[in-house]
Design a protein around this ligand. Structure first.
Ligand code: SAM
Length: 248
């Protein structure tokens, strides 16, 4: 049971978030940074909540050229709420993407039901990221993705199935990102089929060549916590697989 001090800390944190959120709402979205949106909605991708990963700063740089383009983005894993154990089905990160990208279509996939977030630009799918058929349903609906972010269970087996299933549905020059490479949940690692950790797979050229395109470029950012895989432009992919555009 929580002590009086813990309840006080929680109440103060909640109040801080409400004040931040209220102030933030007074600033037009187009002038807000991704980090301020992450902090305002309570995503741990920002610098104020949970592990305060700060990925939002990396994303701001990576995604800026796409901010006002009609791109398609998919996020796997939608809710993080370490303090309140809330049953809310509002996703902080989807709210952040919706506000920051002005014209993107945003797909959300989670084992829990987030259909309450569905909207004109938000498409919600419920499923298990260890199930390739359920992931493919999203890809079939979306056509292809400019950005995929895996922030789901973080289990190695799930990350592998998701990458092997979805990378071929990323557009040339698109980005596939795996968060929190430094941590896997020990219980799931024991329960699920054994596989090398994603950080090892991202260094394995044979594995990378097998995921659907030749020579994807991999960068490990934020001290190896964030894996960013960039799909080569169509011409580069064909050149490295020994084909020319006319042979495609
Ligand atoms: C780290 S949280 C996501 C945080 C959120 N993206 C944010 O930035 O605030 C992990 C999410 O993954 C979901 N999840 C866990 N196991 C899953 C699975 N097997 N398939 C799909 N989603 C899963 C959980 O329900 C939870 O919403």
């Amino acid at each position: 049971m929580a002590t009086r001090d813990q309840l006080g800390i929680r109440a103060r944190r909640k109040l801080t978030r409400v004040v931040r959120r209220t102030l933030a709402h007074l600033t037009p979205h187009r002038r807000r940074s991704l980090t301020s949106l992450a902090n305002c909605y309570g995503s741990d991708k920002g610098t104020a909540v949970g592990e305060r990963h700060g990925y939002s700063r990396e994303y701001e740089g990576l995604f800026s050229p796409l901010r006002h383009r009609p791109i398609t983005i998919l996020e796997i894993g939608l809710r993080f709420d370490p303090y309140y154990r809330s049953t809310s089905r509002i996703s902080p990160s989807l709210a952040m993407w919706r506000d920051w990208f002005s014209s993107a279509h945003i797909y959300g996939f989670d084992i829990n039901d987030f259909s309450a977030m569905s909207g004109e630009r938000i498409h919600i799918f419920q499923g298990d990221q260890g199930n390739a058929a359920q992931l493919l349903d999203v890809a079939l609906h979306a056509g292809s993705f400019d950005i995929v972010i895996d922030d789901g269970s973080h289990a190695s087996f799930h990350q592998r199935v998701t990458l092997e299933t979805l990378f071929r549905h990323v557009r040339p020059e698109g980005l596939y990102i795996v968060e929190d490479l430094h941590w896997q949940p020990p219980d799931l690692e024991t329960m699920l089929p054994r596989t090398p950790r994603m950080i090892e797979l991202l260094r394995d050229e044979r594995f990378l060549n097998g995921i659907g395109v030749a020579a994807p470029a991999v960068e490990l950012r934020m001290n190896g916590k964030l894996g960013v895989i960039r799909k080569p432009a169509a011409e580069a992919a064909m050149a490295s697989s020994g084909r020319t555009l006319s042979q495609a």
